[in-house]
Design a protein around this ligand. Structure first.
Ligand code: BGC
Length: 476
């Protein structure tokens, strides 16, 4: 029998309510548009490897200039992340994402037409600024619009886009190598940059930011696009309540006891995502494979593209599970796999001949262990760190605390990728034990400090951090 549902309690006469399916489609579209920033993040960090093959001879670059061109993006991203905190508070999340898109367009245009190395470095810093802005503003924007029940999945689209961007950059590099077309490699980012700007202009602002600025009507309007009518009042009340009881936090207050535990988790996760070595593989995979015995550059490149595909596919595991089993189980399971595969890689490369491993097996074992490591990163530290940075901080401090955590992530990224070649010479294959030890430390940190946030509203999560007032017991 077809039972008609009663209208929601607070239904206005004459209003046509959108079915939940349509709301889900719209919030997914919003998340996908914001995630274009992730696509650019991945593309612009990945594309430089192939482009450098031709930039170096074209501009006759020495080693120091090469380092500048490659690391300029990371440098810009660090400052972009810090600026992203203030601008997300002052201009809003949506406009910060638009500014990021404009930086991508301007930087890509400039790098594709750079007449000399100075302009090229400057253009890469501008792109880096865009990456920094988007890595703060995009996950936060998605998290603030998403319903609690599928926030994990929606914010993880940002990581999916990063991995897709990295893969596309490998493919573009490969396709354009025969033409020596480095200007096209760098310039192609204009297309997703323009899509990000146009897309974000059409999207609503974060209702949490709107309520913070007192724009309740606009906040309700934004919520009405992504929530059923019976959910809106309760959510507005919850956000109001949170904002009334908590004054906006300045930079210094982030270090005070009330906010410090959350900041410790955000910064800790951000650092651990990098010091467990992901970008040694993302940035140096072909070299690692060649060292392990995949002699031809073509085979090493093919293996690298394979890594890119595995990275994208395994992120889907997180999208599937993060709202079902939660953030912590994914982080812990991923770390077990990452640490185990790094240790196994170290043993194979360092002690393989001593323990009688057939030398012919070393190259496929290297590819296998690195593949397993990527699978485990992609369903755990990859998406879950960006997700948790976007959700663990209270409304009053979210943008600034996310900016500090993200800046920590970019600093560690810079240091790890800079030190890898030197450490590899100093430590040889034992370097993998170093990253494995970091994985073990990350495991302990997560068990001890990281809260579970699955299914909770952002306001419920911020309550978790509130310490009970100390009760002073009078002596008798
Ligand atoms: C990290 C990047 C890394 C990428 C690899 C992201 O979550 O922040 O540093 O290159 O994952 O997929």
């Amino acid at each position: 029998m077809d039972v008609k549902k009663p209208p929601p309690r607070n239904a206005e006469p004459g209003r046509v309510d959108k079915p939940r399916g349509a709301l889900t489609v719209y919030i997914t579209l919003i998340a996908a548009v914001a995630a274009l920033g992730g696509l650019l993040f991945g593309f612009d960090t990945g594309v430089i490897a192939g482009a450098m093959l031709f930039i170096v001879p074209d501009f006759s670059l020495g080693p120091a200039q090469q380092g500048l061109v490659v690391s300029a993006v990371t440098f810009g991203a660090l400052f972009g992340a810090l600026a992203g905190g203030t601008s997300s508070d002052k201009m809003g999340r949506r406009r910060t994402n638009i500014v990021a898109g404009v930086s991508f367009i301007a930087g890509s245009l400039l790098s594709a037409t750079a007449p000399n190395v100075g302009v090229l470095v400057a253009s890469r810093v501008i792109i880096g600024l865009g990456i920094g802005l988007t890595s703060v503003a995009a996950p936060m924007y998605i998290a603030e619009l998403a319903p609690a029940r599928n926030r994990g999945k929606l914010v993880s689209l940002f990581q999916l886009a990063i991995t897709a961007g990295i893969l596309v950059s490998y493919l573009v590099d490969r396709a354009l190598v025969p033409e020596h077309a480095w200007r096209w490699m760098l310039g192609l980012a204009i297309i997703p940059g323009a899509l990000l700007v146009i897309g974000m202009i059409a999207m609503p602002e974060s209702p949490r930011w709107l309520l913070k600025t007192g724009a309740e009507k606009a906040a309700r309007q934004a919520l009405s696009l992504v929530r059923s009518p019976d959910e809106i009042d309760a959510e507005v009340r919850e956000i109001h309540d949170d904002l009334e009881h908590n004054q906006p936090a300045g930079w210094v207050e982030l270090l005070m006891p009330g906010l410090r535990p959350a900041l410790l988790v955000g910064v800790g996760l951000a650092l651990l995502q990098q010091v467990t070595g992901i970008n040694t593989i993302i940035y140096y995979a072909p070299q690692i494979f060649q060292r392990a015995g995949l002699d031809s550059a073509a085979t090493a490149l093919a293996a690298t593209i394979g890594i890119g595909v595995i990275n994208v596919m395994s992120t889907l595991i997180a999208i599937w599970l993060v709202d079902r089993i939660g953030r912590k189980p994914l982080l812990l399971a991923g770390l077990v796999g990452m640490t185990g595969s790094l240790a196994a890689l170290g043993v194979a490369l360092r002690f393989g001949s001593t323990i009688g491993v057939n030398p012919d097996w070393i190259p496929p074992m290297t590819v296998g262990f690195i593949g397993l490591y990527i699978v485990c990163f992609a369903f755990s530290l990859g998406p879950v760190v960006w997700l948790m940075i976007s959700e663990i901080f209270p409304n009053r401090a979210r943008a600034r605390a996310a900016a500090i955590s993200t800046a920590a992530n970019w600093t560690a990224n810079f240091l790890v990728s800079l030190s890898f070649p030197v450490l590899q010479v100093m430590l040889g294959p034992s370097i993998w034990f170093l990253y494995a030890a970091m994985g073990a430390a990350a495991f302990v940190f997560i068990i001890g400090y990281v809260p579970e946030t699955k299914g909770k509203s952002l306001e419920e999560i911020s309550c978790q951090w509130r310490t009970e007032p100390v009760r002073i017991v009078e002596p008798h």
